[in-house]
Design a binder for this molecule. Structure first.
Ligand code: ADP
Ligand code: MG
Length: 570
């Protein structure tokens, strides 16, 4: 066996860099954390080409003295803790003293800092630290990072597209702005200002600014506490959902953390209100005694260990459920008040859904002729529709059978087949539709090129329209018969979730799933007898009328014989 050697400092820093600064966004994270720890109230972040060409973070914080600056690039040099005891009482974001050393090991990094007694510059080029020299600057610090990973080709290869890396940084900066309401963040990418937070302590204004008015309207305030934890923030109501968890933002003592158990608690609280695979938008700040948390469990400080975690989870679940319950009760009362009693005897329904879905259904019937592949056997059947039960099932009799038809599953099947036929047509007619611009997130705008490339497969194209908005330029004609907006949001999320190339079959599958969902009659929806008949009629024209696209049955049949047995008639 070869002899054990102690690795030289540069090699140690390179190894640390592998964990601490694995991509441009983690460098931005470390630099912003340093600025926040230096009590800056104004932080400017500039990136070029997703941070690969340049990252500059400037602040108006306390700055560093000449002596401190001389030590800043050395590993394990920190001003934030001095003894083991401090680790249990952390109030700063940094404490490991390894970020600047790691960044300097993998880039050409320069720091200019002034603590108002003097201002100096120091550089670290791939581990070679320069002498300190005088350089003028106002109080505060500027760190610039260039030639990132030039000497670590393996790391470069691991990075995704420039658009993807830019989107990660944009998302991160918005999250910092959400957790530091008193700081003005100014962020520009390729010399264009893309985000400027007000820094006026107004969370509501910032949420409006980041998410736009439509989503803002869907947010509800949550404030709840127990002996150990205070939770404050906003959560989306049951009318809003996303296809991934990136909208769940949790800050513990102002630190953005990836707390899987809390995310699980949040999804549990929403499970009665959102479909499976759908997630809310959540911005929650948890305050607790630092002694109850341990952030020193991963170099990137994303992970956190919380004592009394179950206690926190329970508080979170009951708080969220309480808000959602109040919202749905308020909605039910307004629905009941606005319904004419004789018209809708069953009141367990949502008014908006009834209105919207009926229109959709009527539109669908106009295109019945699109459905091909009709099975003569089911077409020959002429069931007699008797009525609807519980706002869920259509009851019909056919020859010697009684049918119970799941109205939601049935319509999903009809829509699925109709859309599939339309989608598979070559050169489907495309229309320029007149939808109002969609308010989207910054990452959607920044990944627009990639999104358009992916969605070209289904003839959908977007165009940038002002700040945080996208205009739909083209969409296949047949798609416009559904809740187009909800469908387009689904597709944007889908494209942004997959950074790899998606093949056309996958895009089509995702499209069909979203379309079938956004156009189907809901459970708990009253249908008049004509709509009931039309739905059964359409179902029987399907290629596979007996199962919904997810494989669940659409019709349960009870034969006369079975019924006779149940009634003990011999
Ligand atoms: P840590 O943040 O864990 O202490 P870093 O390597 O990120 O380690 O930074 C090393 C030290 O450099 C910090 O402890 C701090 O004293 C100083 N420093 C870094 N960035 C700034 C800044 N923007 N303003 C003032 N001081 C800074
Ligand atoms: Mg730091």
């Amino acid at each position: 066996m070869s002899k054990i050697k102690v690795l030289d400092k540069h090699l140690q820093n390179l190894i640390a860099a592998g964990e601490v600064v694995d991509r441009p966004s983690s460098i931005v994270k470390e630099l912003i954390e340093n600025s926040i720890d230096a009590k800056a109230k104004h932080i400017i972040v500039k990136i070029k080409n997703g941070g690969l060409d340049e990252i500059v973070v400037s602040d108006n914080g306390e700055g560093m003295s000449k002596d401190d600056l001389a030590l800043a690039f050395l590993a394990h040099s920190t001003s934030k803790i001095t003894q083991a005891h401090d680790l249990n009482h952390l109030t700063s974001l940094g404490f490991r003293g390894e970020a600047l050393a790691a960044i300097g090991a993998v880039s050409n990094c320069e720091i200019i800092s002034s603590d108002s007694h003097g201002s100096y510059i120091i550089t670290n080029k791939f581990g070679k630290i320069s002498k300190i020299e005088a350089q003028s600057r106002n109080k505060g610090t500027t760190v610039s990072v260039k030639e990132l990973f030039y000497q670590s080709p393996a790391r470069l290869k691991f990075l995704k597209s420039v658009d993807y890396e830019t989107a990660l940084i944009s998302d991160l900066i918005q999250k910092f702005a959400l957790s530091n309401l008193d700081i003005n963040f100014q962020y520009s990418s390729n010399d264009r200002v893309v985000f400027n937070s007000p820094g006026n302590n107004d969370l509501a204004e910032l949420l409006f600014n980041i998410y736009g008015s439509n989503i803002y309207q869907r947010l509800r305030k949550l404030e709840i506490s127990n002996y150990d934890f205070i939770i404050k923030g906003y959560i989306s109501d049951s009318h809003y959902s996303r296809s991934n968890k990136t909208g769940i933002n949790i800050f513990i003592n102002n630190r953005l953390v990836a707390a899987n158990s809390l995310i699980k608690a949040i999804t549990t609280a929403y499970s009665d209100y959102l479909a499976k695979g759908k997630y809310p938008l959540v911005i929650l700040k948890v305050e607790t005694d630092p002694q109850l948390t341990d952030v020193n469990i991963s170099p990137t400080k994303w992970q956190i260990r919380i004592s009394k975690e179950k206690n926190l989870n329970d508080l979170l679940i009951s708080g969220i459920k309480g808000v959602l319950k109040t919202q749905s009760e308020a909605q039910l009362i307004s629905t009941i008040n606005s319904l004419e009693v004789n018209e809708y005897p069953v009141t367990n329904i949502k008014k908006e859904e009834v209105k919207q879905e009926k229109v959709v259904y009527q539109q669908l019937q106009l295109n019945q002729t699109d459905i091909v592949g009709i099975e003569p056997s089911t077409l020959e059947l002429k069931p007699e529709v008797i009525g609807q039960a519980f706002g869920k099932y259509i009851i019909a009799s056919c020859l010697d059978e009684l049918w119970l038809i799941d109205q939601h599953a049935a319509q999903e099947r009809c829509n699925y087949e109709k859309f599939r036929q339309a989608m598979l047509k070559e050169n489907p007619p495309v229309q320029i539709i007149n939808l109002p611009p969609l308010e989207v997130s910054l990452s959607h705008i920044q990944r627009l090129k990639e999104i358009n490339e992916k969605l070209a497969a289904i003839n959908i194209q977007f165009e940038e329209y002002g700040v945080n908005k996208l205009l739909v330029r083209s969409i296949p004609l047949w798609i416009s018969q559904i809740d187009v907006e909800a469908f387009l949001f689904d597709m944007l999320e889908y494209c942004c979730n997959s950074d790899k190339e998606i093949d056309i079959t996958e895009i089509r599958k995702a499209t069909l799933a979203s379309l079938a969902c956004h156009s189907s009659i809901k459970f708990n929806e009253i249908l008049d007898i004509n709509l009931q008949k039309a739905l059964v009629n359409d179902l029987l024209k399907c290629e596979n009328p007996y199962h919904c696209p997810h494989g669940r049955p659409t019709i349960v049949k009870l034969s006369d014989k079975q019924l006779a047995k149940e009634f003990e008639r011999g």
